[in-house]
Design a protein around this ligand. Structure first.
Ligand code: BES
Ligand code: MN
Ligand code: ZN
Length: 519
């Protein structure tokens, strides 16, 4: 679906379906005064009072022959806007617009959709003077409208009556006069949605179609599209550099070269920012996590094709950075491997030497994410002396037990950075909640044989994973990086559909990372 604009007299606005989002007890004429000219027939339509504005409620009105706005779709946003926070209003806009575009597609309305900007600014309670909140409303509405149409169709054949309904051809933003900041905000919303879509498609791809080599090729293509720097360290490079933990995770699958572990590196450095200390984002890229020799139970194991959701989010970020023209140097690392059992796989009890020099006893081969991440984090600090270092990973089932599958865990001892990630996430519908990094959790990782173990007891599993990673952050003598660890195991891959996302990969964290890089 294309995003376009109509700036001009409301009486001349045209649309196959004009979408108007409304809270309960609001009237169309009040949220969008231009309707008096754009669709005067609506305001006296006999069924108008049937619409309550309840969440998910939709009601379609047909205009008279020849009307410029042929139809109006009223879309409910739920009750009590005055009690809603800014983040909740933005959420209502995303969900309602996404619901409306999906509704139109489902009902065969695939022509030109449209939404008046005035209705969007009304929904966030803004007066005309407050450009920033109008822009934000537009950005979120457009992003939601596009993500509401997301489908995981890459592996459907399209034969035997399986052809999906066509997407609406376009969505126009309607305004009385052209507003450059509104148009820019709409483009931003579009870029965000495309970045999320990329991440979803990757994490939905099955492991036989998306191996570590495919992740690297994806990164290379992205780099070529946008003129970014890209390089890959293959298994031999990782071995030579001394990333014993990283290599151990991928050893079981390395017999197939496309499935061998690799570290893919992307760099975005706009002119004038080439030499600044970068934001470095490290993504867990386990293209399949069988558990390895500590094999997972078979029920639900297929979901572990999504265990590269962190790396997919980093790719989503890099899809957006150049298109948004972000003014900051950003480095992205995709720590890719396939965690498989096999004759060459690492065994429980194996001891590996990490790039940091510390040794780790692999007591559980299913705690593999931290093993690839620890070496990638060490490498990142040695090579770039990051200003901010963020890792994003589907790291622990314990985090899902703690927070559920709507909310991600946020581990960060820098109050300012933690607060920023939390509030940026909230504003884009990606909630993060702080969890502790107390040194006490490290006691669970005691090892008789090595410096420490890669896993402890079940209790507090998200925190002991985080404290494991902390052992590799800010080693003595290095320039200090502000570090945050994002455990997205819950929200990155869902077994149920949620608003604006079918079951499967969600692309969680992409939008927060984009805004973090942009802030
Ligand atoms: N990829 C999993 C974590 C996970 C679980 C992600 C559920 C998404 C949904 C991770 O590699 C893992 O297996 N973690 C173990 C760690 C344990 C063995 C210490 C876990 O959480 O059970
Ligand atoms: Mn695992
Ligand atoms: Zn895993």
């Amino acid at each position: 679906m294309k995003i376009a604009f109509q700036a001009g007299l409301p009486a001349e606005w045209t649309a196959a379906v004009l979408i108007v989002p409304l809270f309960e007890n609001e009237t169309p004429g009040e949220v969008c005064p231009e309707l008096h000219d754009a669709a005067p027939w609506l305001l006296s339509a006999p069924g108008l009072a049937d619409f309550r504005g309840k969440k998910d409620e939709t009601l379609l009105f047909h205009g008279p022959a020849g009307a410029h706005a042929a139809r109006v779709l009223l879309a409910g946003m739920g009750d009590n806007p005055s009690a809603k926070t800014r983040a909740e209003r933005l959420d209502a806009l995303r969900v309602t617009l996404g619901g409306a575009t999906a509704w139109c597609r489902k009902h065969g309305l695939a022509g030109a959709l449209a939404v008046p900007v005035s209705a969007l600014s009304h929904a966030v309670g803004s007066n005309d003077k407050d450009d920033r909140s109008v822009s934000r409303a537009v950005r979120e509405a457009i992003c939601g409208a596009l993500l509401g149409l997301y489908r995981n169709t890459a592996f459907k054949s399209g034969t035997a009556g399986q052809s999906p309904d066509p997407d609406p051809e376009r969505l126009d933003l309607l305004m009385a006069a052209s507003l450059p900041e509104v148009e820019a905000a709409a483009r931003e919303g579009e870029i965000h949605a495309q970045a999320v879509t990329l991440a979803r498609n990757l994490a939905n791809a099955p492991a036989n179609r998306l191996a570590p080599a495919d992740m690297t090729e994806e990164a290379a293509r992205l780099a070529a599209r946008h003129g970014l720097r890209h390089e890959t360290l293959g298994m031999d490079d990782l071995q030579k550099l001394g990333m014993g933990a990283f290599v151990a995770v991928g050893a079981g699958a390395a017999g197939n070269p496309r499935h061998a572990p690799c570290l893919s590196i992307l760099e975005y450095a706009p002119a004038g920012h080439e030499n600044e200390a970068p934001l470095v984002v490290v993504g867990k890229g386990i293209t399949f996590d069988s558990g390895g020799i500590s094999l997972k139970p078979s029920a639900g194991m297929w979901e572990m094709k999504g265990d590269m959701g962190g790396a997919a989010a980093v790719l989503g970020l890099f899809e957006a950075l150049p298109r948004l023209g972000v003014q900051r140097r950003v480095v992205g690392l995709l720590a890719c491997a396939e965690n498989m059992p096999g004759a060459f796989a690492s065994r429980p009890g194996d001891v590996v030497k990490t790039l940091s020099g510390k040794t780790v006893e692999i007591v559980n081969t299913d705690a593999e994410g931290r093993l690839v991440l620890c070496d990638a984090l060490t490498y990142a600090q040695k090579r770039w002396s990051p200003d901010v270092l963020v890792d994003v990973a589907t790291l622990t089932g314990a985090c899902v037990v703690a927070l559920g599958d709507d909310v991600a865990g946020l581990f960060c001892e820098e109050p300012e950075l933690a607060a920023r990630i939390k509030s940026l996430g909230e504003a884009v519908g990606e909630p993060f909640w702080p969890l502790p990094l107390h040194e006490r959790y490290f006691e669970k990782l005691k090892s008789e044989t090595a410096d420490f173990a890669n896993a402890g007891s079940r209790e507090g599993g998200a925190c002991s994973a985080a404290i494991f990673l902390k052992q590799f952050v800010n080693p003595e003598g290095a320039a200090k990086a502000r570090w945050a660890h994002l455990d997205i195991a819950g929200p990155a891959f869902l077994t149920r559909k949620i608003p604006n996302c079918p079951a499967g990969a969600s692309g969680f964290a992409v939008r927060t990372l984009i805004d973090l890089a942009s802030a």
